[in-house]
Design a protein around this ligand. Structure first.
Ligand SMILES: Nc1ncnc2c1ncn2[C@@H]1O[C@H](COP(=O)(O)OP(=O)(O)OP(=O)(O)O)[C@@H](O)[C@H]1O
Ligand SMILES: O=P(O)(O)OC[C@H]1O[C@](O)(CO)[C@@H](O)[C@@H]1O
Ligand SMILES: [Mg+2]
Length: 579
């Protein structure tokens, strides 16, 4: 920390812990837009992510009567989706070959012209938009309020509607499409692969390949591309995993683009999480720099559900459903034992969505711990003390913990002086906020890593092949601490620990994820044919949309501890505040 040079010092007065904070307490207008994020500042991941993102954005002067118009204009340009004509203004579109009247998808060389159906009203107009936010919060103190200004003014924010366009910018016979799956496994990967292949064939594409084992497949000799067709993918969705394999780490962006040039790939579909999307965006930028006529389209894959702005990502629903089995087993074990305590660890590195939703769904959880909500393990207000209470009153207890929980230590004070915030722009996209021995790092991938000087598991500098921080195992830690605690107080406790994380991730998609994957896969292909690149597909307020990649990965989406959903979870578990 001593090495940190402070590019900006922002002064403020007292920040009340967990309570509201008024705008005028911040003297520097540059941070005004961030104050809402700090209202419940214990929601460190989300709020500091928002804060970091906002520091990177332009300041808003709310005293300007035109601020709203300016904000909307700025929003429109941020959410504009890159198009092939940005680089090749003379690119000529052709009528779409996506024609549902057609009965023979892979056609003979388009000798009789491209099939089209001008009478069909199934195309999306490029100007169609979907509303991003649908709640009008009348006050910043409303649960889950996401406000732009201190009055929580209603500001319409529109994003691009996904779907097939009447004009396309690629001739199907000139397309070589590639699909790559990166990062960890996720239920539904095969469903998306399958649907991309099927839709490409309906457009008339014959050259479709899978890149094996993530980005690594672009560079590793001995890994050859896998030819794909409807026949090959017909039944792949019936099993979990990825037909193509996945990996972390891999070649540089420039090596990937070299490889794409060599292979003649001009449509790339990238299935992965934040890291993969950062890679996809960099590939898109590099293709543009080299003036390649290429479409790079992402499909967000993460059981953690940590991609911004989307209702949910595919695989999440299945993960929550599958987690029920583990929770139910833990419940049965705990209830059948004398003073039984069941602990279930679920995935969620930065975000507790799986743990929160699985707890809500099961109705069997007494304590849910997630990364976004700091808690004490020990002490009069701690989790262990509450466990003792549950054993004394109910005779058993079940805990659901997210893997990223407990990596942050809460402050002991109820009020914290914030004499200054130190903000350093270390490299591009890297911010370090240092306060009271707390270091928050938004790394080069836009992921937020939080470290507090004291944490449960000790600070680790270890990273995986992709540069993700390797977390300490909180599930094992809380299991050990629980056993130790009950031994020390001389109360019998039968502690059973279940870690179903990889079993959950390897499942095949359930019905609702199957539908989501199908629609996302189809829309990815429609986006590429429409000439868009550097985009990703998502579901937003039940409608399907295209986002520019940087907007959805600027920081990981996290549970808002002031959201109705978290409040519902607390209502359901009946757990107290552990701070
Ligand atoms: N900033 C980046 N620029 C280019 N490539 C990146 C970047 N970050 C990650 N990658 C690459 O993306 C791939 C996947 O990244 P990562 O392992 O972080 O998984 P992910 O996509 O975030 O998925 P998961 O949700 O499973 O973690 C890796 O091959 C990694 O090298
Ligand atoms: O063991 P791996 O492949 O690194 O994956 C573990 C990570 O994958 C995730 O499920 C994200 O996909 C995280 O929740 C988890 O930390
Ligand atoms: Mg990731």
């Amino acid at each position: 920390m001593g090495s940190v040079s402070h590019a900006a010092m922002i002064s403020s007065s007292k920040l009340s812990y967990g309570g509201g904070i008024s705008y005028n307490k911040y003297k520097n207008p540059q941070l005004r837009t961030s104050v809402v994020s700090l209202r419940n500042w214990r929601a460190s991941s989300r709020n500091l992510g928002v804060l970091a993102a906002q520091i990177g954005n332009k300041e808003i002067d709310f005293s300007d009567p035109d601020w709203k118009t300016k904000y909307q204009r700025d929003f429109e340009s941020r959410f504009n989706i890159p198009h092939i004509t940005d680089v090749f203004p003379d690119a000529d579109p052709i009528p779409s070959t996506f024609c549902l009247k057609m009965r023979t998808p892979v056609m003979e060389d388009f000798a009789g012209g491209y099939p089209s159906d001008e009478e069909w009203h199934g195309y999306i107009n490029n100007s169609d938009r979907v509303l991003l936010k649908v709640i009008h919060y009348s006050s910043p103190t409303s649960a889950g309020a996401e406000c732009i200004d201190p009055n929580c003014t209603w500001v319409e924010q529109w994003v691009h509607r996904a779907g097939p366009r009447e004009k396309i910018y690629f001739k199907p016979e000139e397309v070589k499409a590639a699909i790559v799956t990166c990062g960890g496994l996720c239920p539904g990967l095969n469903d998306v692969i399958r649907q991309i292949v099927i839709t490409l064939e309906i457009y008339g594409v014959k050259k479709i390949v899978g890149i094996p084992f993530g980005y690594r497949g672009f560079s590793d000799e001995g890994l050859s591309e896998m030819p794909l067709s409807r026949k090959v993918v017909q039944n792949v969705h019936l099993s979990g995993g990825s037909l193509l394999g996945v990996s972390r780490g891999g070649p540089s962006v420039s090596d990937i683009v070299d490889s794409m040039e060599e292979r003649g790939i001009n449509m790339l579909f990238v299935l992965g999480g934040n890291g993969t999307h950062a890679g996809a965006n960099a590939i898109h930028d590099e293709c543009r720099r080299r003036r390649m006529r290429v479409a790079v389209v992402g499909v967000p894959k993460t059981i953690d559900n940590d991609i911004l702005m989307m209702d949910k990502t595919f695989g999440f629903d299945t993960a929550v459903e599958e987690a029920q089995r583990a929770i139910n087993s833990a419940y049965i074990e705990a209830h059948s034992a004398y003073h039984g305590i069941g602990i279930v660890k679920l995935m969620g590195r930065n975000s507790g969505f799986i743990a929160m939703h699985a707890s809500l769904a099961s109705g069997q959880i007494d304590i849910c711990l997630i990364p976004e909500v700091p808690f004490h393990l020990h002490g009069p207000l701690g989790v262990l003390r509450h466990l003792k209470f549950l054993i004394e009153t109910k005779g058993s207890a079940v805990l659901c913990v997210a893997e990223g929980a407990g990596q942050v230590w809460p402050f002991d004070e109820t009020e914290v002086e914030f004499p200054k915030f130190f903000v350093e722009k270390r490299e591009e996209k890297v911010f370090v906020l240092v306060e009271l021995g707390v270091e928050f790092i938004v790394d080069r991938k836009g992921a937020l890593n939080m470290f507090m000087m004291q944490n449960f598991l000790g600070r680790t500098n270890a990273t995986d092949a992709s540069g993700n921080t390797v977390l300490g195992d909180f599930g094992v830690h809380i299991q050990q601490e629980t056993k130790k605690y009950f031994k020390e107080i001389g109360v019998h406790a039968d502690v059973k620990y279940i870690d179903p994380t990889y079993m959950i991730r390897a499942c095949r998609a359930n019905a609702s994820d199957g539908i989501l994957c199908t629609v996302l896969g189809q829309n990815a292909v429609h986006g590429a044919f429409a000439g868009y690149s550097g985009i990703t597909v998502g579901i937003c307020n039940t409608h399907y949309v295209y986002f520019p990649i940087p907007e959805v990965i600027s920081y990981p989406r996290a549970v808002d501890p002031n959201s109705r959903m978290w409040h519902r979870c607390l209502t359901s578990t009946g757990q107290p505040d552990f701070v």
